[in-house]
Design a binder for this molecule. Structure first.
Ligand SMILES: *[C@@H]1O[C@H](CO)[C@@H](O)[C@H](O)[C@H]1NC(C)=O
Ligand SMILES: *[C@@H]1O[C@H](CO)[C@@H](O)[C@H](O)[C@H]1NC(C)=O
Ligand SMILES: *[C@@H]1O[C@H](CO)[C@@H](O)[C@H](O)[C@H]1NC(C)=O
Ligand SMILES: *[C@@H]1O[C@H](CO)[C@@H](O)[C@H](O)[C@H]1NC(C)=O
Ligand SMILES: *[C@@H]1O[C@H](CO)[C@@H](O)[C@H](O)[C@H]1NC(C)=O
Ligand SMILES: *[C@@H]1O[C@H](CO)[C@@H](O)[C@H](O)[C@H]1NC(C)=O
Ligand SMILES: *[C@@H]1O[C@H](CO)[C@@H](O)[C@H](O)[C@H]1NC(C)=O
Ligand SMILES: *[C@@H]1O[C@H](CO)[C@@H](O)[C@H](O)[C@H]1NC(C)=O
Ligand SMILES: *[C@@H]1O[C@H](CO)[C@@H](O)[C@H](O)[C@H]1NC(C)=O
Ligand SMILES: *[C@@H]1O[C@H](CO)[C@@H](O)[C@H](O)[C@H]1NC(C)=O
Ligand SMILES: CC(=O)N[C@H]1CO[C@H](CO)[C@@H](O)[C@@H]1O
Length: 752
């Protein structure tokens, strides 16, 4: 029992609200939008259609990407703007928790609510296409941009992408699913080629894009990478066959910035080139005049340009952006003194959802003898530079390309400027005032002797660690985007051990872009608690206080595996070759540790709570007894259809089995359990031992029981058949377990 934590004392309860009214865009929404687009397009000349597809060039407009206005037909132009955490290059905006933290909530409602709030800010600033969410896989623990995405499991990533897009687009903003595809490391990203087998591509890397299309995403960004030697933005197989045919994507494909490599990319399925010029400021383009000429000389049919322009206009109509009341662009990305700047405040009360997600994404990894939550400690020492603010403010570095003070974002184009950033020091000090705790701090990292003295006599010493990474155009402390190692920055490991030698109650807080090797101190008897806080955005300190003091009972779960040794991971950064073979196949992250029987330090899906939960009554029911031809064909191991959109067919995604379990809060305090459903495919599937196929967040009062429900579709039970080119059911029976992590099995059963 924790005296602080009566249910009534909770200021910020885990979310119980039903999903808000926002809904995915449907086929019929697209049909309407296409009809509007076709009719409008009939007024456009060839050159005007081409202009819809071609950005005006880097810094040629207010946004990072700009489609010019076409006054003759009253088309206002389009603004495309970064980033997945908020409006980049603008002021009076919110900086939301990162993708990796959002995924760690394992809570669909919070993920959707963040999408709604973010979408509202983009729209209010006059953006048409917001460049996110990012859904590349955490295939390589060191990958520089992993923190922008949703972790190392395709199902979790797919659900997070789905909820984010539904939320964003409910505000009338076009979301952009990126980076299609295989953008899993930064090093040499425009030169190297990802060699990916067709099956692994479908089951791992395209899955989040399939879920994005199911959400009705308006746009997809193709990546800098080559896939099997062909640039992703000119890859007929990946764009036309997989994305537009198999998955049936109806919106537009936009290039990553300068990722278009030829005019013929248009034939391969690229619909829009950004920022338009071949290289920044080059003044020319592969589209523009070249595309018009390619149509005129018969190389590219005009029907293809019509399709490109139709997709661009349909996406615009789909989101209701063809309206005189759509907000005009009111900021300039490149000139703070530009007359367009109106400094419109778009933050509303979004700090509330930001703080909540910050708390809900914090993972409790160790809690010896119930050290946490803190209960009015007499004295607290905060140790390490990550506890406090940066001396030059929260935007000391352009695009956050530096690591001084508390870390709440990685670096690169996936960032935004903080309007404010609450540091742990600031928030814990406010709590100390309420509790009458004495607080002291030592915000230097390298004088471990002085740090240890500073921490020695406090009731609790809290040591702050971080590790940073980002996009390859910025190098920080020798890290060219990707991390060069998996250890803490700023002497962090030594700092923990030095403080723990003097203080038997040392708590470690980690602000990291991804996994760290924690072996140097995790078993230290004096390290009594560890909170993995990730990159929580602007409310960082407040979110941390909510968890430290038990206002929020920790419910975050790891969205990746923390290994004991870097060599335990299945893949690393490739820096000696321009080919990156994805040889681990389906065995990324926990799937590899399971298949190779390697014990991780903390497995995917792991996280502790201040209460305990018991699991009972696993029920498996077949709910859909469809006997259509498609169902029968699939069940016999054959591909049911190769029609456009076959991979999103209703019968394939309809609920096929319902799985439920009863969960009881057997501890003393209110809190949410995150039950997870893993399938154990039959041998014939040739799949990893366990694959995530369901999760939910179940908040419960002490002593109360609730039911967690999971739906399994035929798609969830399918493998991609590379010969037949479709989803089939492997022979044999699927086992399953529901548990508290990818290894903590509570109840086992099977789909039969
Ligand atoms: C097409 O866009 C370019 C600038 O990007 C502009 O110079 C040209 O006038 C536009 N053409 C039409 C027909 O709008
Ligand atoms: C964002 O922060 C950078 C780095 O401090 C600064 O140069 C830029 O002016 C800021 N932009 C806005 C819109 O405040
Ligand atoms: C890449 O090559 C693999 C075989 O090495 C093949 O399975 C896959 O279909 C190819 N993908 C593309 C996009 O070319
Ligand atoms: C057409 O593309 C070529 C590169 O293939 C480039 O050199 C040229 O400047 C482009 N033309 C225009 C009008 O942008
Ligand atoms: C047609 O125009 C395109 C774009 O300028 C050019 O790349 C291509 O070589 C031309 N083809 C012919 C047959 O003239
Ligand atoms: C935890 O509690 C046990 C039993 O009271 C005690 O033996 C042990 O020393 C405690 N551990 C720490 C780290 O305080
Ligand atoms: C790992 O990289 C960080 C950041 O550059 C650096 O501070 C640290 O010393 C490196 N660790 C090792 C063991 O080299
Ligand atoms: C734990 O703390 C005690 C008391 O400060 C100290 O004697 C012991 O060496 C510490 N253990 C470690 C592993 O630092
Ligand atoms: C690609 O990576 C290698 C190895 O790090 C490096 O030497 C080379 O300069 C890189 N190539 C480019 C064009 O950056
Ligand atoms: C599960 O599927 C059933 C039947 O299609 C549906 O009514 C229910 O809402 C679904 N539940 C969830 C949690 O998706
Ligand atoms: C404000 C605006 O852009 N209105 C356009 C909406 O679409 C129709 C065609 O369907 C145009 O004629 C309008 O100019």
């Amino acid at each position: 029992m924790y005296p602080l934590l009566a249910a009534a004392a909770l200021l910020v309860a885990p979310s119980t609200a039903a999903l808000s009214q926002s809904a995915p865009k449907t086929d019929s929404d697209w049909t309407t939008a296409y009809a509007q687009a076709r009719s409008y397009l009939s007024q456009f000349t060839l050159e005007e259609k081409v202009n819809l597809t071609t950005g005006v060039g880097w810094q040629g407009g207010h946004c990072v990407g700009n489609i010019p206005a076409i006054p003759r037909v009253n088309f206002p132009g389009l603004c495309l703007q970064d980033s997945p955490v908020g409006v980049r290059f603008a002021d009076r905006v919110s900086v939301f928790p990162t993708g990796i933290n959002t995924a760690a909530t394992f809570d669909r409602e919070l993920i959707r609510a963040r999408g709604e709030a973010m979408g509202a800010e983009f729209r209010a600033k006059g953006v048409n296409i917001a460049l996110g969410p990012m859904m590349n896989m955490g295939r390589v623990a060191q990958g520089g941009r992993n923190w922008e995405g949703f972790g190392a499991d395709p199902f979790l990533t797919g659900e997070a992408a789905y909820e984010t897009i539904v939320g964003m687009q409910s505000q009338g903003i076009q979301a952009c699913a990126k980076h299609y595809i295989n953008n899993e490391q930064e090093h040499n990203r425009t030169l190297e080629s990802s060699i990916v087998d067709d099956r692994f591509q479908h089951e791992i890397y395209t899955h989040p894009f399939l879920r994005s299309v199911a959400a009705g995403v308006a746009s997809v960004m193709c990546s800098y990478k080559k896939v099997n030697g062909t640039y992703a933005c000119g890859n007929d197989e990946m764009l036309n066959d997989v994305l537009k045919h198999q998955i049936g994507f109806k919106g537009l494909v936009v290039s990553d910035w300068s990722a278009t490599m030829s005019t013929m990319s248009a034939s391969a399925g690229l619909d829009m080139t950004m920022p338009g010029d071949i290289t920044f400021f080059s003044g020319d383009s592969y589209f523009g005049g070249n595309l018009t000429q390619a149509v005129n000389n018969g190389t590219i049919p005009e029907s293809r340009v019509d399709d490109m322009a139709t997709r661009i206009l349909a996406a615009w109509f789909l989101l209701g952006q063809n309206s005189s009341s759509y907000p005009p662009v009111s900021f300039d990305s490149f000139n703070i003194n530009d007359p367009v700047q109106q400094h419109i405040d778009v933050q509303a009360d979004h700090y509330k959802i930001i703080r909540k997600i910050g708390a809900a994404s914090t993972v409790l990894l160790k809690n010896t003898n119930k050290t946490l939550p803190l209960n009015k400690p007499k004295s607290i020492a905060l140790i390490g530079s990550d506890a406090g603010p940066a001396s030059q403010g929260p935007n000391s570095f352009g695009d956050q390309g530096g690591d001084i003070g508390t870390l709440a974002l990685g670096w690169g184009s996936g960032t935004a400027n903080f309007s404010y950033l609450v540091s742990p020091l600031e928030a814990i000090q406010a709590q100390a005032r309420k509790d009458h705790s004495s607080i002291s701090w030592y915000l230097e990292d390298f004088n471990t002797y002085a740090a240890a003295i500073a921490g020695a006599y406090a009731d609790v010493a809290i040591v702050f660690l971080n590790a940073d990474s980002g996009e390859d155009y910025i190098t920080v402390d020798g890290n060219e985007g990707d991390r060069k190692n998996l250890t803490a920055w700023h002497n962090g490991d030594n700092l923990v051990n030095a403080v723990a030698r003097q203080n038997k109650n040392t708590v470690v807080v980690v602000h990291s872009v991804g996994p760290l090797i924690v072996e140097p101190w995790i078993d230290n008897e004096n390290v009594t608690a560890v909170l993995w806080a990730g990159l929580p955005g602007q409310e960082s300190g407040n979110s941390l206080v909510d968890v430290l003091y038990g206002v929020w009972n920790p419910s975050g779960r790891l969205a990746y595996t923390i290994a004991k040794d870097p060599s335990d991971y299945p893949a690393g950064i490739v820096d000696n070759s321009l080919d990156i073979p994805y040889t681990e196949g389906l065995e990324i992250d926990y799937r590899h540790f399971d298949a190779k029987n390697i014990t991780p330090r903390f497995e995917f899906g792991f996280g502790l709570s201040y209460t305990e939960f018991a699991y009972a009554n696993l029920k498996v029911t077949q709910v859909n007894t469809d006997t259509s031809d498609a169902e029968k064909t699939w069940a016999s191991g054959k591909v049911a259809s190769s029609d456009v959109g076959a991979s999103l067919a209703d019968w394939l995604h309809a609920t096929y089995y319902c799985v439920s379990v009863d969960i009881t809060n057997t501890g003393g305090v209110y809190g949410a359990e995150i039950p997870q459903l893993y399938l154990n495919p039959p041998a014939a599937a040739n799949s990893p031992p366990s694959i995530l196929r369901g999760f939910t967040s179940l908040p419960l009062d002490p002593g109360k029981t609730g039911t967690a429900q999971f739906n399994i579709s035929r798609y969830d039970m399918s493998v991609w058949d590379v010969v037949q080119q479709g989803w089939i059911k492997p022979e044999g029976t699927y086992g399953l377990f529901v548990g508290a992590s990818s290894r903590d099995k509570k109840l086992e059963g099977q789909l039969a």
